[in-house]
Design a protein around this ligand. Structure first.
Ligand code: NAD
Length: 284
């Protein structure tokens, strides 16, 4: 199945990055959001990121204009998805909201369209179970920032068909990404492995093993990680880290995923990392 025309639902951090990359690789993109302000800001962000690519010599001016011309925006989600080959949903990480959006997509898309979710942690199998055609539902977990990061975790729900999986893998490759297929388990691979490491770093800090800077330096210089775990947690958002750890703890029922009390305390204080100006580090 050839995928030429796509819709992206949600024009926030991830949605505008996905729209940018798809349009850069020749796809017609309809970016849909409930807020016109978000859509305007998304197009502005895509424009700025394209300017940066032009300045670095990755794209020329004509290519920049072509990419922008391939991105259309609308606040009418139902009619915006009617003629597309594939939808990537990137609305906030709330299960009930995702179920509602997939209910709409189930009714409003062509029956052969692929419905992908960019969820970081919500079960693809459960999202798919809310639709009449669970075989066409799949996870496409892009990494932030989308134009820069190479990986797409492709998550098969229990009912996802081989056709849906192979078309999605092919589509990810067409976007210049490296897709990796994983099965639908809490946290998939990325967050199941990353979040316990971040949590352990917070535990080490809480127990006074070392300072914030020392913990991050050990992991950067000793393990060749490009960022320390505490710096990375600040980038992801401490509230997001806590939500994912709570999900792993609840769904897998193992105390090794128990969120650190210090992480809970920071989130309760509103210290959510970079986006709030303070987390393990302080930001201007
Ligand atoms: P965000 O809050 O930046 O953007 C979400 C957008 O969805 C908002 O613009 C909002 O207006 C819009 N929206 C809300 N309800 C909608 C609806 N019913 N229809 C259409 N649009 C609607 O969120 P984000 O950080 O881009 O995250 C989106 C998804 O990507 C989440 O599932 C998240 O877990 C996942 N994800 C995020 C990151 C990250 O680092 N931010 C990384 C990987 C995956």
């Amino acid at each position: 199945m050839s995928i030429d025309r796509i819709a992206v639902i949600g024009g926030g951090t991830m949605g505008n990055g996905i729209a940018h990359v798809a349009a850069q690789h020749g796809k017609s993109v309809r970016l849909l959001d409930v807020s016109q302000e978000v859509l305007d800001a998304a197009v502005e962000t895509i424009g700025k990121n394209l300017d940066r690519q032009v300045a670095k010599g990755i794209l020329d001016e004509q290519a920049r204009l072509d990419v922008l011309a391939r991105v259309e925006t609308s606040t009418d989600v139902s009619s915006g998805v009617a003629d597309v080959d594939l939808v990537v949903e990137a609305v906030p990480e709330r299960a009930e909201l995702k179920y509602q959006v997939f209910g709409t997509l189930d009714e409003a898309t062509r029956p052969d369209a692929i419905l992908a979710s960019n969820t970081s942690s919500i079960s693809i199998t459960e999202i798919a179970a809310r639709t009449k055609h669970p075989e066409r539902v799949i996870g496409m977990h892009f990494m932030n920032p989308v134009p820069v990061m190479e990986l797409v975790e492709v998550i098969r729900g229990l009912a996802t068909s081989d056709e849906t999986t192979s078309a999605t893998v092919e589509f990810a490759k067409e976007l210049g990404k490296t897709p990796v297929e994983v099965n639908d388990f809490p946290g998939f691979v990325s967050n199941r492995v990353l979040m316990p490491m971040i949590n352990e770093a917070v535990m080490a800090l809480m127990e006074g093993v070392a300072s914030v800077e020392a913990i991050d330096t050990v992991m950067k210089l000793g393990m060749k990680h490009p960022m320390g775990p505490l710096e990375l947690a600040d980038l992801i958002g401490l509230d997001t880290c806590l939500n994912i750890l709570e999900l792993l703890h609840r769904e897998l029922g193992d105390d090794r995923y128990r969120p650190s009390p210090l992480l809970r305390k920071y989130v309760a204080a509103g210290w959510h990392g970079r986006k709030s100006g303070r987390g393990f580090y302080t930001y201007d």
